[in-house]
Design a protein around this ligand. Structure first.
Ligand code: NDP
Length: 309
């Protein structure tokens, strides 16, 4: 039987790593279980221009690497693995990673969120063959080619701008006649000579196969329902995210979209000793800095909880 940890942190994005820095500095020697996407969504972001302290900006992977080194410096340990079962009925809590089991007095959940897809028939076949949810990862494959981005939020704008480095043209397809993104991002997109906007259309089919890769898509007008074919070599989805909470179904309280519910001004979940921070409990702000902020809150609340028990 392995030792019982004071604190286990699930997830290694800005929320989990900030919680690790604070827990480690409080001598709680946290174990961080990194999960299937170490570093979280920031590792698939390009330049981060709005994280305080970096006046010239910093790349997402560099920011994560710095946070990780900082957490390690004070005594956090890291393991990779996918937790497939959580038991919060008895204390210490237990987390199962296949055959392996880890126990802890406190669990901090920072499992983040995952990119959404449209559920189209050919998605599985074409993911990685011209279809992608990550411009940073796959953009460079489409040099001087026709690229389409689906979505009208900040992510879609950010991805479209990034993809102009590679594509001959980037078309952004929105299902509404207006953007959801912030004004500054919309302006940058509108001002870019390589970007074109297609409003009020849904992508309803993907064209191509694994041999050809994506060759295009079918767009349906949201009002007239007229369908048109659009030719392209790559389609990037940027339509939001799903919180990674399947593991906690029927264990922790969630809202109708699956986000963990925390108490007001707190990271406490409905189970005493289990805290949640970052995008897994935040569908409003979803920023690296707010994730880091709630990670800090979770660590401080964890420390106080341990002191009181
Ligand atoms: P959002 O939820 O903000 O936007 C999702 C976009 O995808 C919307 O335009 C939405 O359309 C569209 N969409 C959703 N489902 C579908 C669908 N089935 N078919 C077609 N379109 C669809 O998600 P983001 O990932 O863009 O952003 C998440 C958060 O992260 C936001 O708070 C954002 O501000 C922040 N962010 C900030 C960045 C920055 O500041 N640099 C960069 C990236 C993200 P509709 O508008 O019609 O609902």
């Amino acid at each position: 039987m392995s030792e019982t940890h004071q604190v286990i942190i699930l997830g290694s994005g800005p929320a989990g790593l900030t919680a690790a820095v604070y827990c480690a500095r409080a001598s709680l020697s946290p174990l961080v279980i990194e999960g299937p996407e170490p570093g979280g969504q920031l590792t698939t972001t390009t330049d981060v221009e709005n994280y305080p302290g970096f006046s010239k900006g910093i790349t997402g992977p560099d920011l994560i690497q710095e946070m990780r080194l900082q957490a390690e410096r004070f005594g956090s340990t890291f393991v990779r693995g996918l937790v497939n079962k959580a038991d919060f009925n008895t204390t210490p809590f237990s987390l199962h990673l296949g055959e392996r089991q880890e126990k802890a007095h406190i669990v901090i959940i920072a499992t983040g969120a995952t990119a959404k897809t449209l559920g189209l028939a050919k998605e599985k076949e074409l993911m990685g063959f011209g279809l992608s949810t990550c411009a940073t990862c796959d953009g460079a494959f489409f040099k001087d080619q026709e690229i389409v981005v689906i979505g009208g939020g900040d992510s879609a704008c950010e991805e479209a701008l990034f993809l102009t480095k590679f594509g001959s043209r980037v078309r952004v397809v929105l299902r509404r006649d207006q953007f959801r993104a912030s004004k500054i991002m919309v302006q940058r997109v509108l001002d870019h000579p390589k970007i074109e906007i297609i409003f009020s259309k849904n992508l309803v089919d993907l064209l191509g196969d694994r041999k050809t890769g994506i060759t295009g898509g079918i767009l349906e007008d949201t009002k007239s329902h007229e369908k048109i074919e659009i030719e392209c070599n790559a389609i990037f989805y940027a339509i939001g995210h799903q919180p990674n909470t399947a593991l906690f179904k029927d264990i922790l309280e969630m809202d109708e979209n699956g986000y963990l519910i925390t108490q007001p001004n707190s990271t406490r979940t409905n189970v005493p000793g289990v805290f949640a921070c970052g995008d897994v409990q935040d569908h409003v702000f979803r920023q690296a800095i707010t994730a880091a902020g709630t990670g800090c809150m979770a660590a401080i609340e964890a420390e106080r909880y341990l002191a009181g028990h």
